[in-house]
Design a protein around this ligand. Structure first.
Ligand SMILES: Nc1ncnc2c1ncn2[C@@H]1O[C@H](COP(=O)(O)OP(=O)(O)O)[C@@H](O)[C@H]1O
Ligand SMILES: N[C@@H](CCC(=O)OP(=O)(O)O)C(=O)O
Length: 373
């Protein structure tokens, strides 16, 4: 039996690989390393498992062809580099996977594709259909159209969301370091962490950011945050180096395992907690806060004192207590402009069309539990 049966037994895996494993600053795309990873994933596919690849590297792969020396600081140039680099990246993958008789498909996502619920369902359907057709989806952020405000920013978090979208049974976060250490191994001796079962296991850990002059973006902090999100959503995660990918997927004890820390939540609950972007706020009185927090109740108009934001019915909003604390997140049943006439009114006093809950319990998640740190 393997050391990590939950990884060895996973039939559908999401594998995320970072820029630092695929590219070098002076040379651009490192085809030998990319090809070595494809050989591993080709083998995994031949063994009957499904793979979704989340690959960074578009911007880094575009630098050398454009004669650029470093990662561009301005958005427009980074987008231009991504436009050139993404094409090279997927073409190189397509050629390498073809040698394993595996067809690949490109899936470019913007944050909006996951923060809007209808788009989220659409992304799920697309990935599901690609897998059903035997295609290996290669996912990246759609850098050429993503603007600063709407970026995922780092692909580690994107990979955690994709693991949920794809209903994966394991997530592998690959980088140039073989696991999570108790301190940045570049800055001195550090100890590898074998397993993380809760945030407490990371209490004494220092997580550095990516090298300033390197090609990666997030460093270990974004990987750990992404791993915690996935583990809380019922997906076990291994953080390790690309060189150890085969061993990790075979369930060997390499890198750092983030053990499953929660039951897999429903799609809507997961989406609300981790992927949605609130479009406004509802201000609750004390009674409403207690009802929502302690009695598992839906939010009724009677307990709302005000609202801010330009939201429409079915948008995600934050539910805020009188002291400004965010209590919950939920889907609001009315447009912002309809609400002021309802505030503080008992349900029986309202016109029949306004008698439904402002936020239904089934469309709400309580907030206040930090998942990292
Ligand atoms: N506590 C830590 N444990 C392991 N690596 C760390 C830690 N803190 C910082 N790092 C650094 O994070 C880097 C990986 O992040 P990054 O360059 O963003 O990777 P990628 O491009 O593969 O996503 C490693 O090179 C490592 O030196
Ligand atoms: N979408 C960007 C990747 C951003 C990113 O997260 O990079 P990395 O830290 O290397 O995983 C690109 O393809 O260049």
């Amino acid at each position: 039996m393997s050391a990590r049966p939950e990884i060895a037994g996973a039939r559908r895996v999401v594998v995320k690989v970072g820029s630092s494993s695929l590219t070098t600053l002076p040379g651009g795309l490192d085809e030998a390393r990319l090809s070595a990873l494809v050989d591993v994933l080709g083998g995994v596919r031949a063994g009957g498992r499904e793979v979704v690849l989340v690959s960074s590297g578009a911007i880094a792969a575009g630098l050398a062809p454009l004669g650029m020396q470093g990662r561009p600081r301005d958005l427009a140039t980074a987008q231009a580099a991504a436009s050139v680099g993404q094409l090279r990246l997927v073409q190189t993958y397509a050629d390498a996977f073809a040698r394993h008789q595996v067809t690949v498909g490109q899936v470019l996502l913007t944050a909006d594709d996951l923060t809007r619920r209808s788009h989220y369902r659409n992304a799920h359907r697309t990935v599901e259909r690609l897998l059903a057709l035997g295609v290996l989806p290669i996912v990246n952020e759609n850098d050429t159209v993503a603007t600063e405000e709407i970026r995922f920013g780092d692909n580690d978090r994107l990979a955690a969301l994709v693991a949920h979208v794809a209903q994966a049974e394991a997530l592998l976060l690959l980088s140039d370091v073989d696991g999570v250490y108790d301190g940045d191994p570049r800055s001195g001796p550090a100890q590898l962490i074998d397993t993380v079962r809760s945030a407490a296991d990371l209490a004494a850990v220092t997580l550095g950011s990516a090298r300033r002059n390197g090609v990666g973006t997030g460093g270990m902090a974004t990987k750990v945050e992404a791993a915690m999100i996935a583990a809380h959503a019922g997906v076990p995660v291994v953080v390790t180096s690309t060189a150890q990918a085969a061993a990790a997927l075979a369930g060997e004890r390499v890198g750092t395992l983030f053990a499953v820390a929660g039951r897999r939540p429903g799609a809507r609950q997961f989406w609300l907690r981790y992927a949605s972007r609130p479009r406004g706020r509802l201000h609750l009185d004390e009674g409403a806060v207690r009802a929502v927090r302690e009695r598992n109740a839906s939010l009724l108009a009677a307990g709302i004192t005000g609202a801010t934001g330009e939201f429409l019915a079915d948008d995600p909003v934050e539910l805020v207590g009188p002291d400004g604390t965010v209590v919950a997140r939920g889907l609001v049943a009315y447009d912002a402009r309809e609400l002021p006439a309802l505030f503080g009114r008992k349900t029986g006093e309202l016109d029949p069309e306004y008698r439904r809950e402002v936020v239904h319990r089934d469309e709400m998640v309580l907030v206040g539990r930090r998942i990292v740190g």
